[in-house]
Design a binder for this molecule. Sequence first.
Ligand code: PEP
Length: 243
Amino acid sequence: MRFVVANWKMNFLSGQARDFCEAFLAGYSPSPSVTAAVAPPFHLIRPVADSLRSRQVRVFGQNGHAEPNGAYTGEISMAQLQDVGCSGVILGHSERRQLFGETDDALVAKVKAARDWNLLPLLCVGETLEERQQGRTLEVLDRQLSILARTGPTPLWVAYEPVWAIGTGLRAEVGQIREAHAFIKSRIVTLMSLNFGPVPILYGGSITPENFPELLDIPEVAGGLVGGASLDPAKFATLVKQA
Ligand code: PEP
């Protein structure tokens, strides 16, 4: 099984999302061996879920709060994500970590809350350029994954997203991806005893239809988390087809 997830970030108004869904569905045919998902901004979750559900495309949140409700102005809970049609949620994206101060501690509670509300967490991990240059990539991945020792076993997808490859047009090299993915897999096996079956490990960072086939050839890569290219319906449909 391969996985392709679109992260729309803070893009699209209603009409643009409607146009995207129409154009994407025109070029997309569901396949039993590929799971496709779209993570729209909050105000578009319901219409996108309504439009894509009948074609087995899943809808994810881009973030969720650990508490089910309460005085958390500007936040959305896992319960609310589930209520509007999400079946999963991206957690720990580097933009959340870097721009909004999301910590590993906060992610423990978020992963548990996602599990409680039957949302599949897509946990993002990855090193900055500075950390890579300092030879600390595996140490950083280890720290980010160690939250799984505190969440307990849970169904999970993981995305390896080197921060320096996100939105930059710089793609990690095959050897770098293989090393990171193999390390992530070995840590997950240890931390979670794989009670819930194998955890797919996606790559993310400047994926395009031009480079995705080479990435999919890497045995450790189960698919992609796509930002920029996922805003173009024809490109996203091509990526899903390639998977
Ligand atoms: C992302 O934001 O998760 C991402 C991978 O972005 P891009 O594809 O634009 O690098």
